[in-house]
Design a protein around this ligand. Structure first.
Ligand SMILES: Cc1cc2nc3c(=O)[nH]c(=O)nc-3n(C[C@H](O)[C@H](O)[C@H](O)COP(=O)(O)OP(=O)(O)OC[C@H]3O[C@@H](n4cnc5c(N)ncnc54)[C@H](O)[C@@H]3O)c2cc1C
Length: 388
C-alpha cells in the first residue's frame, strides 16, 4: 500500500469552511466563497485528485435548462420553476464565460443544437421553442435539410438551435476554479467520517488525519451514499461512457444533444470528436460505481456515428472512458443539511447536467454556507426529497 507523508495529509486541518470533493461543484463553491467572503480560510479535501470524478470525464457541454427539453421541464416542474431554472443556468453560463474568457480553459460560446430523433421528439422541441419564446428566449428552428447543411447530420427530423450555451474543457475549468479560489487543496484525503465536535464539524480521513471547520459542504455528488448511506435516497450512481476520435475535418460548430440527451457529440478545436451516451440502450449495465467501458455500449456509439454523422464514422477512436454521474429522483440537483451534523451540508444529484449548473450552483452553495439568502434555494432544496 502506498504511504502518505504528514505534509501531504497533515494530522489536523483547520478551516472556516471545508469542502469535500474537488469536482466542479466543490471548486465552484470555493471560487464563489472567495468572491463573497475573501478572508475565509477554505480547504478542499479530495479523495483522489482534483477533477478525478465526473467533472474530469464529462463532455464539457454547457447547456441551458434542465437535462430534459423546456416543454418537458414545464410539464414536470411547472412553468415558473422551469423559467427560473432556465434563468439560473443562463447565469451559470454567463459566469462560466467570465472565467472562460479570462482563463485558458477551452471555453467556446457556440450555442447548442438540440436535435430530434423522431417526429414526436421534434414536436416536443417545437413546443419548447414556442414556450421559450413566450418566456423571452429566442431560438432558431432547423429542419432536416438545415441540419445536413450545417453539420452533415442525417436522420434528424428537426433541431432547436439555442444561441446561448457552448463548451469548455471541464478538467481545466476545475483546476482554474481551485486556483482562483485560493483555497488550500488537499488531495489523497478521503473523508470517511462526518461528525459534530463542540459546535464545529469534524471530518475524519481514511488512514489518519482530521479536518475541523465551522461549516462543511459535501460536494461528492454520486459518491455521497458511500460516505453517508442514510442519504442514498437523494442520489444514485449511474455510469456514462464516452469516446474521443483522432482529429477529423471541421464538421460540428456547436455541441449536439440528441435523442432526449441520450446521445451527445461535439468537436473540439483540435478536430477530435467527443461522443457519449447510449445509456438507454444498456440501462441495466450502466449503474453503480464501476469505472469501465463495455464493448456493447461502445458499439452503440459507433452505430450512432454511422447513422447520423457518416463522415465521422471511419475516424479512428483514440480514447474510451467512463464516469459516474449522480442521479436524483426528480432530475434536479439538491442542496441540503446533513442530518444530525449542524453546519454540514451536501450538494448532489446533478443528473448528468452538472456543468450547466456549476458556477451559479457554487454561488448558491456559498451563500447558503455563509447564512445568506438566495431565491434559487427553493428550486433545489433537498427538503423536497427528505420528507417522504
Ligand atoms: C461521461 C460523462 C459525460 C457528461 N457530460 C456532461 C456534459 O457535457 N455537460 C454537463 O453539464 N454534465 C455532464 N456530465 C455530468 C457532470 O460531469 C456532473 O454533473 C458534474 O461533473 C458533477 O460535479 P460534482 O463536482 O458534483 O461531482 P464529481 O465531479 O463527481 O466530484 C466529486 C468528487 O468528490 C470526490 N470524493 C468522493 N468521495 C469522497 C470522499 N469520501 N472524500 C473526499 N473526496 C471524495 C471524488 O473523487 C470526486 O473528485 C457528464 C458526466 C459523465 C460521467
Amino acid at each position: 500500500m502506498a504511504t502518505v507523508s504528514l505534509w501531504q495529509r497533515p494530522a489536523r486541518v483547520e478551516a472556516d469552511v471545508a469542502i469535500v470533493g474537488g469536482g466542479v461543484i466543490g471548486t465552484a463553491t470555493a471560487w464563489a466563497l472567495r468572491r463573497l467572503a475573501p478572508d475565509l480560510r477554505v480547504a478542499i479535501l479530495e479523495a483522489e485528485r482534483l477533477a478525478h470524478g465526473a467533472s474530469g470525464r464529462n463532455a464539457g457541454f454547457l447547456l441551458l435548462g434542465t437535462a430534459s427539453d423546456y416543454a418537458s421541464a414545464v410539464e414536470q416542474y411547472g412553468r415558473d420553476a422551469a423559467r427560473q431554472i432556465w434563468a439560473f443556468t443562463a447565469e451559470a453560463f454567463r459566469l462560466a464565460a467570465e472565467v472562460g474568457e479570462a482563463e485558458d480553459v477551452g471555453f467556446a460560446h457556440t450555442g447548442s443544437v438540440i436535435a430530434a430523433a423522431s417526429d414526436t421528439d421534434a414536436a416536443r422541441l417545437r413546443r419548447s421553442r414556442a414556450l421559450l419564446a413566450e418566456d423571452g428566449v429566442e431560438t432558431q428552428w432547423w429542419d432536416e435539410a438545415d441540419i445536413d447543411d450545417e453539420m452533415g447530420g442525417l436522420g434528424f427530423p428537426g433541431a432547436l438551435f439555442v444561441p446561448e450555451g457552448g463548451a469548455i474543457d471541464p478538467a481545466r475549468l476545475v483546476r482554474a476554479l481551485a486556483r482562483l479560489s485560493d483555497a488550500q487543496v488537499y488531495e489523497n484525503w478521503r473523508v470517511e467520517g462526518v461528525e459534530s465536535e463542540g459546535g464545529r464539524v469534524r471530518l475524519v480521513a481514511e488512514g489518519g488525519g482530521e479536518a475541523v471547520a465551522d461549516r462543511v459542504l459535501l460536494a461528492t455528488n454520486a459518491f455521497l451514499p458511500r460516505l453517508l448511506p442514510g442519504l442514498s435516497h437523494v442520489v444514485r450512481p449511474v455510469r456514462a461512457q464516452m469516446l474521443a476520435t483522432a482529429p477529423a475535418p471541421p464538421t460540428l460548430d456547436a455541441p449536439v444533444y440528441s435523442h432526449e440527451g441520450y446521445f451527445y457529440v461535439r468537436q473540439r478545436a483540435d478536430g477530435r470528436v467527443l461522443l457519449g451516451g447510449a445509456r438507454h440502450l444498456h440501462r441495466d449495465a450502466e449503474v453503480g460505481y464501476d469505472d469501465a467501458t463495455t464493448e456493447a455500449l461502445q458499439a452503440s456509439l459507433g452505430d450512432y456515428l454511422a447513422t447520423h454523422f457518416p463522415t465521422l464514422a471511419g475516424v479512428p477512436v483514440e480514447r474510451r472512458w467512463s464516469g459516474t454521474m449522480g442521479f436524483s429522483p426528480d432530475g434536479l440537483p439538491c442542496l441540503g443539511a446533513v442530518p444530525g451534523v449542524p453546519g454540514a451540508r451536501f450538494a448532489a444529484g446533478f443528473t448528468g447536467h452538472g456543468m450547466g449548473y456549476a458556477l451559479r450552483f457554487g454561488v448558491l452553495a456559498a451563500r447558503t454556507l455563509l447564512g445568506e439568502s438566495d431565491d434559487a434555494l427553493d428550486l433545489f432544496h433537498a427538503d423536497r426529497l427528505m420528507s417522504g
